[in-house]
Design a protein around this ligand. Structure first.
Ligand code: URA
Length: 446
């Protein structure tokens, strides 16, 4: 048996580690025999040296073996989940889980909290008072069986190695590393017991992968490792050069999701149409992968129908009830979801076309306002948020409202309005010449 230091040296020097060596190291991370500084040195070595496909598979397997793995075979039906690599305004899961369930799948969705500038499904769900994302295993199974979907966070016993490594990566500059991302995501998806997985790999200014090339590589590795681990998967590359939908912020994203589920939005409503379109498309891929339909176009038809006839909205209500959420908040979200009483409006500095938005900055503004965390122990303010009135490519008049910012009431220490103004000025570009708008969905890898 090699010592942790020796294994780190091997990886530092670009050697390929064997499955046994990776298992030994990850076991050491979980049981405390590998110190945090050694785990961090290992992560940095992987960051610089990368990993082969077989090492990435072995790392995923070792991380999966660090904790409990759910067996959902007693729950009838095909279980298919979706995972997004993270973005701004990405509330798709809130609509998609009930929609896919309404179409006949079982959706065991294990989600995360906000990370860096990107939002997290658990934080959004928790803006509904009482919504419990920590269901014990048998209750999780029961909700899945009875409602068709269940939405929870990673339990203490699930993939503890990822918990530890993730926390270290977050503070040591080792998040953006393909083998580490792949092992982190897939070990958790394999542990939750899904039968198949659709991956929404985000690309652009608000994503962790800024270029298509990087995103494609991540998507390819996710699909390859998934298949080698026996989990059928498909990756959809989607645009994150502007927030998805119109809302960014925890409670306001729940409101936007409910508007889509209730069918409030006209087809012509540009600000939410990308959100609806992406949800339908991801649902179609889930249905196709799960064998509910023969192909993706058929999946789209079914998803559209179940959204239109209110069945997805019904499933969402059942889900909230089953997980302890306050029903009055989702039945009257405009009045009862948490909200601030103050707002500021950022207006277009000149007329022209909206051509660029640094979407990561939008996510960071939300974090600054308290809607996300700067450190793991921070609590989030569900009320704050940003409402975007224009999408890329829109024509804007000088002085027209571009973004409404729901700010916390001043408690001696309100938001720095001058800083906010500067951030918007730098991050949002209005130009007299139109520029092409990136396609929302631009590639499917399977
Ligand atoms: N989401 C995860 O769960 N892990 C990563 O490494 C990145 C995104």
């Amino acid at each position: 048996m090699l010592t942790p230091a020796h294994l780190i040296q091997l990886k530092r020097d670009g050697e390929e580690l064997s499955p046994e060596q990776l298992l030994q190291f990850i076991q050491g991370v979980s049981n405390g025999q590998v110190a945090d500084y050694q785990a961090t040195a290992f992560l940095m070595a992987v960051y610089f040296q990368g990993m082969s496909l077989s090492e990435t598979v072995a790392l995923t397997d070792a991380m999966l073996a660090s904790g409990e793995r759910y067996d959902l075979s007693a729950v009838p039906g095909t279980k298919v989940d979706k995972h997004s690599t993270g973005g701004v305004g990405d509330k798709v899961s809130l609509i998609l889980a009930p929609l896919a369930a309404a179409c006949g799948l079982k959706v065991p969705m294990m989600s995360g909290r906000g990370l860096g500038h990107s939002g997290g499904t658990l934080d959004k769900l928790e803006s509904i008072t009482g919504f419990d994302v920590h269901l014990p295993r048998d209750r999780f199974e029961q909700v899945l069986r009875e409602v068709g979907c269940a939405m929870i966070g990673q339990s203490k016993s699930m993939v503890p190695a990822d918990k530890k490594l993730y926390a270290l990566r977050d503070v040591t500059g080792t998040v953006e590393c393909i083998p580490l991302i792949v092992a982190s995501i897939l070990s958790k998806k394999l542990a939750e017991g899904t039968n198949a997985l659709v991956l929404d790999v985000k690309v652009g200014s608000g994503a962790f992968m800024k270029s298509r090339e990087q995103a494609r590589k991540l998507a390819r590795t996710l699909v390859q490792v998934s298949k080698k681990m026996g989990l059928p998967a498909r990756a959809i590359l989607t645009d994150m050069n502007q927030p998805l939908g119109y809302a960014v912020g925890n409670a306001i994203e729940v409101l936007e999701s409910i508007e889509i589920l209730r069918g409030d939005k006209a087809e012509s409503d540009r600000c939410s149409s990308d959100l609806k379109e992406l949800t339908i498309q991801l649902c179609a891929h889930m249905l196709d992968l799960g064998g509910v339909v023969k192909n993706v176009p058929e999946g789209r038809k079914l998803a559209h129908a179940r959204l239109q006839d209110g069945s997805a909205w019904e499933v969402f209500q059942k889900l909230v009830r089953a997980q302890g959420g306050a029903m009055e908040q989702i039945l009257e979200p405009e009045r009862k979801l948490p909200q601030t009483s103050s707002a500021v409006i950022w207006k277009a500095p000149k007329r022209g076309y909206l051509v660029k938005m640094d979407t990561e900055v939008m996510g960071r503004i939300l974090v600054e306002l308290g809607g996300g965390r700067k450190k793991a122990s921070d609590s989030v303010d569900p009320r704050v948020g940003l409402i975007f009135h224009k999408k890329l490519g829109s024509r804007v008049a000088s002085g027209e409202p571009m973004v409404t910012v729901n700010v916390p009431e001043k408690r001696g220490n309100g938001p720095d309005l001058e800083l906010l103004e500067r951030q918007f000025q730098e991050a949002i570009e209005v130009s007299s010449t139109r520029k092409p708008v990136p396609k929302l969905i631009f590639e499917v890898l399977s």
